[in-house]
Design a protein around this ligand. Structure first.
Ligand code: ADP
Ligand code: GLC
Length: 493
């Protein structure tokens, strides 16, 4: 008997996002922001977009308590039969599914453990995502996969076609949020974990440089590939940014879209943000924004002075973000009339570097080596400028948050930073921030000092830049329409 197609009685398209993190449940970086906010902005008349993530034990208790248990079954992975529990929660109008398995998801953080363990963990997740579909009563026309952790989904889907009609015709999109992370391990081991036939472990499929590469599998097997800015979509076709997969990116160039990220403009709104000392908007920031700086200075133990220029950094502390340039120039920058505040965790060498400078320039530099969502909002609101001199940046959300809160980004012209921050042009009176081209510490310092000059000597111009920054629209409005176009090209209207 022919299965009754859903589209015969409705034009609604079912889309399933699969990701390893998602706000407000679990977050280590911008991926979570994107997966947690984008689904809300699709046309609800046309798309039913749902999200599936792992049910991590390290998720906050308040969320775990809200989840509704659906069902469970057993599935083969890594030579064992493993429990797959399914939970569900409708939050902010979006349905979220959580895949439960305490053996894999009981760590203190989503990616703790060695690389092999992470590969096994997300191989389990990827196979489980496909396996739960028949039992949750939601057959997606398209699965939208995010980053290497879900790279096996398009591969398994190819393999599952042989199981019967159910899986045939489901389309996939693979979004690359960061090409640096690919999920690479020894081929034999990955073969054993995934249980996939030899066929998939060839250089034109999952194999890369003799190892198995999960992201590569996703890129090869997905119907379309996207990344999170136009510039990064171009950059990853070159050897400097291509992380060894530039050949593949070129091969798939016709199917590769660059769609810039947006922000949840309700969560990130300086006019209503309850975490701030004083709310502000584009018409009253001159009067109200300084109160946030004073409050932040007090909170961080910096000298309280509403006139001094406060430069903020909120970031994972990794090489990607340009911290070696900052390390090189920190003493120089601290000779100027500026304060520098950091909120971040990551590579111990950078954590210790900032601790050191906070000790050396006490009252002027503040190092906050921890993760705090609430404090990050106060950073974006209270600082005057935001420093992000990344070596590479697929999109970057921090500079978008800064723009929204009238904190001017100082960035290197790469990836999404180049696409979202327009450099100040003092002759044409245009621009929303400051930027430099080369990955060079002196270029960065010159640009910071240029920003200082505008801040101190041309305050009216500075405030005009703030006005332009705050009037930019980086909500999901535009980008969600582009994703809809992309889906349309695969599954029609
Ligand atoms: P990436 O995803 O490469 O880390 P993005 O700029 O896209 O970079 O996103 C980073 C996100 O993580 C932003 O929402 C930023 O505010 C947040 N973030 C990074 N470090 C911290 C921290 N220590 N505390 C709170 N938020 C943080
Ligand atoms: C990655 C990138 C960052 C991007 C984020 C969300 O973590 O490093 O540039 O904004 O994903 O797409």
């Amino acid at each position: 008997m022919r299965r009754k197609r859903k589209t015969e009685d409705s034009n609604m398209k079912n889309i399933l996002f699969a990701s390893s993190e998602c706000v407000p449940f679990i977050k280590t970086g911008g991926l979570a922001d994107v997966v947690g906010s984008l689904p809300k902005d699709f046309d609800k008349e046309k798309y039913d977009v749902r999200v599936v993530i792992p049910k991590y034990m390290c998720m906050k208790q308040e969320w775990k308590e809200k989840l509704e248990y659906i069902t469970n079954f057993y599935m083969d992975i890594a030579g064992q039969s493993q429990y797959v529990g399914i939970f569900r929660l409708v939050h902010d109008g979006v349905t979220f599914y959580f895949i439960d398995n305490e053996y894999y998801f009981s760590g203190f953080a989503p990616y703790d453990g060695d690389p092999k363990w992470n590969i096994e963990k997300f191989a389990f997740f990827s196979k489980a995502v496909l396996s739960i579909l028949p039992v949750i009563g939601f057959r997606p026309e398209l699965i939208h996969c995010h980053d290497w952790q879900t790279g096996l989904i398009p591969v398994y889907l190819d393999n599952f076609r042989y199981l019967g009609e159910y899986y045939r015709g489901i389309k996939t999109v693979m979004t690359i949020h960061n090409l640096k992370f690919q999920g690479v391990w020894d081929t034999k081991a990955v073969q054993k974990i995934t249980g996939l036939p030899d066929y998939y472990f060839a250089p034109d499929k999952m194999e890369a440089y003799k190892d198995a590469n999960l992201l590569k599998g996703g890129i090869v097997y997905a119907d379309k590939v996207t990344t999170v800015s136009r510039s990064y979509a171009e950059e990853i076709k070159t050897s400097f940014y291509g992380e060894g997969l530039e050949g593949l990116m070129n091969a798939r160039a016709n199917d590769l879209w660059g769609i810039v990220n947006g922000l949840d403009y309700n969560d990130w709104n300086p006019d209503t943000d309850y975490r701030l000392a004083k709310n502000f908007n584009i018409s009253n920031f001159r009067r109200n924004k300084p109160a946030n700086k004073m409050a932040l200075q007090e909170e961080l133990g910096l000298d309280q002075d509403s006139h001094v220029m406060l430069i903020g950094i909120v970031s994972r502390l990794t090489d990607q973000k340009g911290f070696d340039l900052i390390d090189y120039m920190m003493d120089e920058m601290c000779q100027d009339a500026v304060q520098i505040a950091v909120l971040g965790t990551g590579d111990p060498k950078y954590e210790n570097m900032f601790r050191h400078f906070a000790w050396k320039y006490s009252g002027k530099v503040s190092a906050n080596i921890f993760y705090s969502d609430d404090l990050s909002h106060r950073f974006y609101a209270g600082c005057d400028a935001f420093l992000m001199p990344s070596l590479f940046e697929p999109c970057g959300l921090s500079q978008l948050m800064s723009l929204r809160y009238g904190t001017l980004p100082i960035v290197r012209e790469t990836g999404g930073l180049k696409d979202t921050v327009e450099p100040y042009n003092e002759f044409e009176k245009t621009g929303t921030g400051f930027s430099f081209t080369n990955y060079n510490a002196h270029e960065m310092l010159n640009t910071v000092r240029y920003a200082e000059r505008i801040y101190y000597d041309k305050k009216r111009d500075w405030n005009k830049i703030v006005e332009r920054a705050m009037s930019q629209d980086f909500s999901w409005q535009n980008s969600a329409r582009q994703y809809e176009e992309l889906y349309k090209s695969l599954i029609g209207e």
